[in-house]
Design a protein around this ligand. Structure first.
Ligand code: 3HC
Length: 678
């Protein structure tokens, strides 16, 4: 392996350069090279200053996460940082791209930091269930104060170079050539006293105003619920104000090690690689090239069609949206504008950006206006006949090489493709509602979908900021197929005596933002209802007949006052009790543990079937679907990783105990003592 670190002499300045693609992660060879570089600078009296910079697309993007599960190799990052800081000659970090995690910590150990305007700096360790482990939690608050450090360390979102300069994390933002500027900057510091971050006095703002820590907790309570790392991050930043540096570092180490040994960090690191793996398609010919998508057509300007359109408009891709009637078209485009305007009101985009996005939108009532689109996504009523009609029409009018996609949530893509003359250019693009917000996109591969068509969908997904997962054709694909198993049990449990709010509570306690009945209220109970109030065969029919259509009606399973927080309804419980009595299943108290197992274990079993049938390419793809599409708690790693954590033997035992089916695949994995995920 070639050495990732080289040095260059520029008269009295030594430039230490890392070239460790793709992101200059601080693996063992990089750490060793940095140590060698600093030692070279110390040993040579002709060298008066040092610049550390990176080749390629970014400054160090952090520790090498793949090393976390391997035996440690010296020198460790904290030692390298200390060595840099102790250097008797000024050391300047010259930053481009992203200085993240350990990379930001290296920069903090340098005596000065300069960056190009496009650079970003951050400590995203909490997103891996960790906190910074190379004294970042101690150096950063000393440099910028606890209040500015807190969001960086505890929420992990990077900040711009401009903001970093404002808070004092950067000494300069430079417009010209970074290397030349860094060398010039370094020369200007020769012979001056060297500022060392660890030697700065404890920043007192966290001591004089201790409320900042609780305020931060409160302001982010919903986002942080269930996560261990942010609390540890807050504690570490607090310690930086209270303890001498060496003790603060020790506290950081203790917290870091606790997290590193815990399941949350293992789960979140699993997810980090899962998300990146999901975008890769197995067995595609190596020379597969995605096709250019310059213009997108959307059929249907309803909730889904409108939301889907916004993804492309926001990414600067023109959209033609088709409706059957003027009023629907006007309503749909009006909602798109309103959504953009309300985002602008919150300050997230400018008024100009609203106009820019809207200028890319062409509403139409004519199929023929979709003729020049490279991709057309159908987002009409979920009915095979209706969808096939749309595809027949599209096939006639759009250009020969255009891709046709259906936003179906359940239906067979092959049957839809079969009515066109181009089944190899047809696939499913299953967006999740609200489609402009939810990150998940299930890309459904039909039997005949061509590799480059699939690759186009994956590349496009990345462009519009989605996490795409490939699914084979089956009823409900990966996500909804597993959801159905949970719903089946939720419905069975209320017939056996569990209260519906207890079921929701168990799911919220597990980490979901809401339970199945709260979700039904949000989505609308009347989705798919036969609309005949006289025909009451199920609990749902009874609720719909009683006008309890969900949140939009102010009542569904729950009663809603002004807010979105519902209270359980006696009327609904009476309806359930009536149906339960009719079912003759009897009524008993059901413990939370049984509820949890009966809701979640069948999902694991279904996931195993989905894997066995090759519907999902890999177990981790299922985790990506559930975390991004259904609010499965990230800190458990998703249903497949969670099942591995629980132990597959225990899952099988639980399924058997509850009289639920166990797939051959799951049983075999459990008996072999294997895992679903790697
Ligand atoms: N270690 C190992 N591999 C990494 C890595 C890391 N820190 N960061 C990225 N990679 C890998 C990815 O897995 C991916 O590999 P693949 O091509 O085989 O799938 C490849 O690098 C490219 O990554 P992305 O696809 O994510 O590239 P993007 O350009 O979209 O994003 C990035 C670049 C913003 C740097 C993003 O990769 C990222 O956020 N990386 C993680 C940053 C991070 O979490 N750093 C903290 C690490 S923990 C730490 O430093 C502990 C310390 O405090 C002791």
């Amino acid at each position: 392996m070639t050495d990732p670190i080289r040095t260059e002499r520029h008269d009295d300045v030594l430039v230490i350069i890392s070239d460790n693609p793709p992101v200059n992660a601080l693996g063992a060879a990089v750490r060793q090279g940095l140590e060698r570089g600093i030692k070279e600078a110390e040993a040579n009296s002709g060298i008066k200053a040092v610049v550390i910079r990176c080749d390629g697309r970014t400054f160090f993007a952090g520790a090498d996460i793949t090393e976390f599960t391997k035996p440690p190799v010296q020198p460790m990052l904290p030692e390298v940082c200390d060595l840099i800081e102790a250097c008797s000659k000024p050391v300047i970090a010259a930053i481009h791209g992203t200085a993240l995690g350990g990379g930001c910590e290296v920069a903090l150990a340098c005596h000065y930091r300069i960056a190009v305007p496009s650079a970003k700096l951050g400590l995203p360790e909490v997103k891996l269930g960790l906190i910074p482990g190379a004294a970042g939690t101690q150096r950063l608050p000393r440099l910028v104060g606890a209040e500015a450090a807190l969001p960086l360390v505890a929420s992990g979102d990077p900040i711009s170079a401009k903001r970093a300069k404002v808070i004092g994390l950067l000494d300069a933002v430079v417009e010209g050539d970074l290397v030349e500027e860094a060398i010039r900057f370094a020369r200007g510091r020769i012979g001056k006293p060297i500022p060392r971050t660890s030697e700065l006095a404890n920043n007192r703002d966290g001591i004089t105003n201790p409320a900042i820590f609780d305020d931060f907790r409160q302001a982010n309570a919903r986002k942080l619920r269930g996560f261990e790392a942010p609390n540890a991050a807050i504690e570490a930043v607090k310690a930086a104000g209270e303890l001498p540096y060496a003790q603060g570092v020790q506290r950081e180490r203790e917290l870091f090690m606790q997290l590193m040994m815990g399941t949350q960090s293992a789960a979140m690191r699993h997810y980090f690689f899962a998300e990146r793996a999901a975008n890769k398609i197995d067995n595609l010919p190596a020379d597969t090239q995605p096709l250019p998508i310059r213009k997108v057509g959307i059929v249907g300007a309803g909730t889904m069609g409108g939301g889907i359109s916004m993804n492309f408009l926001s990414a600067g891709i023109p959209v033609t949206v088709l409706e059957m009637e003027d009023s629907a078209l006007e309503r749909g485009t009006g909602i798109i504008r309103k959504n953009y305007e309300s985002t602008a009101k919150k300050g997230r985009i400018t008024a100009e950006q609203v106009e820019q996005a809207m200028s890319l939108l062409t509403p139409t009532l004519e199929y023929i206006d979709l003729a020049d689109c490279d991709l057309v996504i159908e987002a009409v009523y979920e009915n095979m006949g209706v969808k096939q009609d749309v595809f027949r029409e599209l096939d006639k009018v759009v250009k020969d090489d255009a891709i046709l996609a259906s936003n179906t949530s359940y239906l067979d893509i092959n049957e839809i493709a079969a009515v066109t003359s181009r089944p190899e250019q047809v696939l499913g693009l299953h967006f999740f509602s609200p489609a402009n917000v939810m990150r998940l996109l299930e890309v459904v591969r039909g039997d005949r979908t061509r590799p480059d068509v699939l690759a186009t969908a994956m590349a496009l997904a990345k462009k519009i900021g989605k996490v795409a997962v490939v699914s084979g054709v089956c009823h409900g694909f990966i996500g909804n197929r597993m959801l159905a198993k949970r719903q089946e049990q939720a419905n069975a449990l209320i017939m056996e005596g569990a209260k519906y709010w207890e079921i929701d509570e168990v799911m919220v306690e597990f980490g979901f933002p809401m339970g199945p009945f709260q979700m039904a209220d949000l989505a609308g109970i009347d989705i798919g209802w036969h609309r005949d109030p006289a025909r009451v065969e199920t609990v749902r029919d009874a609720l719909c007949a009683a006008g309890r259509l969900g949140q939009k009606a102010g009542k569904g399973f729950y009663d809603y006052g002004d807010g979105r927080q519902g209270t359980p309804s006696e009327e609904v419980q009476e309806i359930i009790t009536r149906f339960s009595a009719q079912s003759g299943k009897g009524s008993r108290d059901i413990a939370a543990e049984e509820i949890r197992e009966r809701l979640l274990y069948p999902m694991v079993n279904e996931g195993a079937l989905i894997l066995d049938e090759g519907i999902a390419q890999r177990a981790s793809d299922i985790d990506v679907v559930w975390i991004n599409g259904y609010g499965w708690p990230l800190y458990t790693g998703g249903p497949m990783f969670w099942a591995d954590t629980v132990g597959l033997a225990k899952v099988v035992e639980g399924l058997e105990q509850h009289g639920l089916p166990v797939s051959g695949y799951l049983r075999q994995k459990a008996e072999a003592g294997e895992r679903l995920t790697r």
